[in-house]
Design a protein around this ligand. Structure first.
Ligand code: IPE
Ligand code: IPE
Ligand code: MG
Length: 240
């Protein structure tokens, strides 16, 4: 089976999961965190090298203040609770997003989690928090402008917040919507897209395997013809 080296996930559907159970939306977000734990374990077990998850978008500030606060506190608490176990399991955490607008205690938690896992290399976990693809492209361009560098694809790619990992091979969105919602606009130029009807809290190992199997059945041509690909397959994923 061909395992994607880098999987990116738009973890959507927490609110609807809660609503169906007549629970507050925060309960859906808490269950979503459990689903993320399970997904990280599954990626470790399958040899995925990079997992990038969308946890809070630049646009999510538009939600009611209560929900925004709950999401911030959920992150802060999860950092304190989960990081030791993730560090032990070989996970390296990176936070990707615009940090200055986050509360001081949240920012400190991010820095600490990154420091505590910096020695790891089994799985790189990028948590996109207060992230938007347009923000990322703009901040990369601003960096180049500041350095007086000319804008080339390579220079811009090198200044993006995810420059430390290869582009995603597979992008999964749960919750049934078929849109990017400002996630990884640059990096998903050639990612295989997989849309799942499952709500994020219900996205289990079997659902992940289904997405990976669908990915394995795709022919990635990167602009070439089938005949060219068959003669020389592109080395964008790791075969196991
Ligand atoms: C995704 O679930 C989590 C975040 C955006 C933070 P939602 O909260 O968007 O869940 P739905 O789409 O309302 O079901
Ligand atoms: C995308 O989900 C952002 C995250 C999963 C963090 P949304 O639920 O915010 O997306 P839209 O608003 O429905 O496009
Ligand atoms: Mg949503």
């Amino acid at each position: 089976m061909s395992i994607p080296r880098h999987i990116a996930i738009v973890m959507d559907g927490n609110g609807r999961w809660a609503k169906r159970r007549l629970l507050p939306r925060a309960a859906g977000h808490r269950q979503g965190m459990e689903s993320l734990r399970r997904c990280i374990r599954a990626c470790l077990a399958r040899g995925v090298q990079v997992l990038t998850v969308f946890a809070f978008s630049s646009e999510n500030w538009r939600r009611p203040a209560d929900e925004v606060n709950q999401l911030m506190e959920l992150l802060a608490k999860a950092l304190a609770r989960e990081v030791p176990e993730l560090a032990e399991a070989g996970v390296r955490i990176h936070f990707v997003g615009d940090r200055p607008s986050l509360a001081e205690h949240v920012r400190q938690g991010l820095v600490q989690a990154e420091a505590d896992t910096a020695h790891n290399g089994k799985l790189t976990l990028n948590v996109c928090f207060n992230y938007g693809g347009r923000w990322d492209i703009a901040q990369a361009a601003a960096q180049l402008a500041e350095r007086g560098q000319s804008i080339t694809e390579a220079a811009l790619a090198g200044a993006l917040a995810l420059a430390h990992v290869p582009d995603p091979d597979l992008l999964i969105r749960t919750g049934g919507e078929q849109r990017l919602s400002n996630f990884l606009l640059w990096q998903c130029a050639y990612s295989e897209l997989f849309f799942s009807e499952r709500l994020w809290p219900d996205f289990d190992e079997a659902a992940l395997d289904e997405a990976i199997a669908a990915y394995g059945a795709r022919e990635r041509r990167f602009g070439r013809t089938t005949e060219q690909v068959q003669a020389q397959p592109p080395a964008a994923s790791v075969a196991v």
